[in-house]
Design a protein around this ligand. Structure first.
Ligand SMILES: [Zn+2]
Length: 419
């Protein structure tokens, strides 16, 4: 069959997000409010500590009070959603011997589900537990404003804004406990995703997205955020987030970090990655170790502790916009094509690619072949086709190739890389 190439361009316009921004996504990104973010963080720090062994029953203090507040906060937005938003507590027993928790504990993950019309699911993660440097200290003030009040605020604000928007994909917002004692809540949810067969397209973890100052060096950056990704499909999710950020969020650049997480430290996306899911972490560009996991105190005119004064709410606002732009773009797009094959048997300066059609045929308008030079980080060129095989005048030896599906309104799936 003759391949039909509709157009090729060396683009200046954003690649993955499409040339025409989606007005609904633009509006949602513009609705993210610094005031909302700052009020969520103030409430979270008001629980004194959200340590995993802190009180479950005290009405005002401890991780139990925090989880009940999260549940109630989400429940308050259910009327906005036309019945699509729901919230539930997922309780699990963990701790004791063989874990980093001193004793057994019953912990709670709070899961908000915004039901879509299709079968794809997108997971957004933020841990809501907190700690000080002594990880067995369950009573000292551990405000956790940035780690991870900032990520929790991002998810809450995303629910508030997206609750009224019908989407194709289901979005699950997971407020996770147990992170500071070994990613326990995330492991519980990754098991649940597997055992219940969730059809997960992407997992995005927001953990520490509000600090802009590098502690020792004094460098400050409120216009760059990091997306950590392991090689493979997760790297394509990171590239997707970078492209949608370019389209929808002003004064914010995405640094693609080609590693799963920071040295010596972990995050809640990792149990999902290890379970075979496409998972990345969004995290501030600079960290301030005087403000992370420290007992709140003043020493030699230096303030220690994870207080709201260390959070730049404008930076959290922009990071939240990045999440909303990526999630809504993905949630409006068809599924990614699968089994993308490149013919490496023939010696030719043309490249032949073939793939299986994306699921949900009603949603797919066509496909982009995306191309980049082998030393480039971002996809550089794209070619549109409505077929599922193509022959293009680019040598397979000089480029990487991938395929993404495009819907009738121009929303694009994640890229499946050819091999
Ligand atoms: Zn954290």
């Amino acid at each position: 069959m003759k391949n039909i190439i509709f157009f090729i361009w060396f683009f200046i316009s954003p690649l993955i997000a499409g040339a025409q921004p989606d007005r609904e996504i633009m509006r949602c990104v513009s609705e993210v409010s610094q005031d909302s973010i700052s009020s969520y963080i103030a409430t979270l720090t008001g629980f004194h500590t959200r340590h995993n062994l802190s009180s479950l029953t005290d009405p005002d203090k401890g991780i139990g009070a925090a989880s009940r507040w999260l549940y109630q906060k989400v429940a308050g937005w259910i009327p906005l959603s036309g019945g699509r938003l729901s919230v539930e507590n997922i309780q699990y027993t963990t701790g004791g011997s063989g874990t980093r928790l001193d004793r057994k504990a019953e912990l709670t993950n709070v899961m908000a589900v915004l039901k879509g019309t299709g079968s794809q699911e997108i997971l957004l993660l933020a841990h809501y537990d907190s700690r000080v440097d002594d990880n067995s200290d369950s009573t000292s003030f551990a405000p956790g404003a940035n780690d991870n009040g900032s990520g929790v605020a991002c998810l809450l604000e995303s629910i508030r804004i997206m609750a009224g928007i019908p989407l194709q994909a289901t979005v699950r917002f997971l407020f996770l406990s147990g992170e500071e004692h070994g990613l326990l809540g995330a492991a519980c949810m990754a098991d649940m995703a597997r055992s219940q067969g969730w059809n997960v397209t992407a997992v995005i973890n927001f953990d520490m997205i509000g600090n802009t100052l590098a502690g020792e060096t004094g460098h400050r950056d409120n216009t760059t955020t990091r997306v950590f990704s392991a090689e493979g499909p997760s790297r394509e999710l990171a590239r997707y987030i970078a492209e949608t950020a370019t389209t929808y969020v002003d004064n914010m650049n995405v640094a693609l970090i080609y590693r799963n997480d920071r040295y010596g430290r972990g995050g809640d996306h990792t149990p999902f990655l290890n379970a075979g899911y496409t998972a990345v972490r969004i995290c501030e560009f600079h960290e301030n170790y005087d403000r992370t996991h420290q007992l709140v105190r003043e020493e030699n005119n230096t303030l220690f502790g994870d207080l709201p004064s260390g959070v730049d709410n404008e930076y959290v606002r922009k990071n939240t916009g990045i999440g909303i732009a990526a999630v809504m773009s993905l949630a409006k797009a068809p599924a990614a094509p699968v089994n993308v094959q490149m013919n490496t048997r023939v010696l030719s300066n043309y490249t032949e690619l073939e793939w299986e059609p994306s699921s949900g045929p009603g949603l797919v308008k066509g496909y982009y072949v995306v191309i980049r030079e082998t030393d480039q980080s971002r996809w550089q060129k794209k070619i549109y086709t409505e077929e599922t095989r193509i022959r293009i005048p680019y040598s397979k030896d000089n480029y990487f190739f991938g395929i993404c599906a495009v819907g009738h309104e121009g929303h694009q799936s994640l890229v499946s890389v050819a091999d």
